[in-house]
Design a protein around this ligand. Structure first.
Ligand code: PLP
Length: 356
């Protein structure tokens, strides 16, 4: 079976097998990782190794902290303004789709947000160009979403601004190399390319740890997490351990450079198949087509349910699009093997022949 779910997403089979092997008795310690104190030396070793491997995979510079927090990426929609606006200013936002808008709405609750550019003019089919960016005079940061998981719109450039760049990378982190030094803050919910749900990773440049709003809850304060090795309270220990297994697996695959090559091949095959047919379509401008989430619609929408039923019988799971947009969506994160995409394309061709 191939699971095209957008999140929680497919995990590498090798990771699940290793977790199964170790679940009852971790390395002959006589207990499961789930049962370990988060302050035990065994768990501390697991936690530190995971952080070190993530730092290595993404080449995180030493002047950045890597935090393992909870509450998902959604909690960071509030965490960003609460941690960055303590010295005043306004959060500036790029609006490229539903996740951008959720971040904007949360900032509005917390005092205001300025939309520096929006893709609404083209109905979210292309990212605003760099020249369209218009920051407010008192901008404290610019926030954007690198990959809009629902709309399937991915940024084709990294904005260049004078203020700290804050990026929601939930659905594209670890899929390709990134230059961390261009960012002030990167955050990502784990349940796509990192591990199981329950963790959100925050990578923050250390000088930005000093400007939190005093009223920010302790459990949202990046500095408190940085100062306490992300162990301010009980962390999501098992999710942290499983994320570490994924990092280990990624290193064995050749790291993010190797993943980027496979990911580019998978996406280009799938968009190629969609473009080659009038039966399927994807509305996004080619430069902004997501490498991770490929939404597509059938020309005849009355075939949607039979498409999904037949796909499931063929072992192709969770292809239904997000409830807000309908149609189909194939999420093809790191753990989706190229063979899964090949199967999907074969199935789509066959379905078109029968129903087209
Ligand atoms: N941002 C993006 C780009 C997402 O895809 C998602 C979830 O799918 C979120 C934020 C919200 O993540 P969470 O469910 O971890 O709060």
């Amino acid at each position: 079976h191939f699971n095209f779910c957008s999140g929680p997403a497919m995990l590498p089979t090798a990771v699940l097998e290793r977790a199964q092997h170790e679940m009852l008795d971790y390395q002959s310690k006589g207990l499961s990782v789930m049962e370990m104190s988060h302050r035990s030396s065994d768990f501390m070793a697991i936690a530190e190794r995971a952080e070190a491997d993530l730092r290595e995979l993404l080449a995180v510079p030493d002047n950045y902290s890597v935090l393992f927090m909870q509450g998902g990426a959604t909690m960071q929609f509030a965490g960003v303004p609460l941690n960055l606006l303590g010295k005043g200013g306004t959060g500036n936002y790029l609006d490229t789709g539903i996740w951008s808008q959720k971040a904007i709405r949360e900032a509005e609750h917390l005092g205001g947000a300025h939309v520096a550019a929006s893709a609404s003019d083209n109905r979210y089919t292309a990212a605003p160009s760099p020249s369209e960016l218009s920051l407010s005079a008192n901008a404290a940061y610019l926030h954007y979403c690198e990959n809009e998981t629902i709309g399937g719109l991915q940024m084709d450039y990294t904005p260049e601004v004078e203020v700290p760049l804050v990026c929601d990378m939930s659905s594209s982190i670890l899929s390709k190399p990134i230059d961390i030094s261009r960012y002030g803050v990167i955050y990502a919910g784990a349940q796509k390319n990192i591990g199981p749900a329950g963790i959100v990773i925050v990578i923050v440049r250390n000088d930005l740890l000093e400007q939190a709003c005093p009223e920010a809850p302790t459990l949202l304060k990046w500095k408190a997490f940085a100062d306490n090795g992300s162990m301010l309270n009980t962390p999501a220990t098992y999710a942290w351990y499983l994320s570490g297994l994924v990092f280990d697996w990624l290193k064995a695959q050749g790291g993010v450079e190797a993943m980027a090559q496979v990911n580019a091949r998978k996406a280009s095959k799938l968009y190629g198949a969609i473009d080659a047919s009038s039966f399927y379509s994807n509305p996004i401008a080619p430069a902004n087509r997501s490498q991770m989430n490929v939404p597509f619609v059938l020309a005849d929408e009355s075939l949607n349910s039979v498409f999904l039923e037949k796909a499931e019988v063929a072992g192709l799971l969770n292809l239904k699009g997000h409830r807000s947009v309908g149609g189909m969506r194939a999420s093809i994160y790191n753990a989706m093997p190229e063979a899964g995409v090949d199967h999907l394309i074969d199935f789509m061709r066959d379905f078109e022949q029968r129903h087209g």
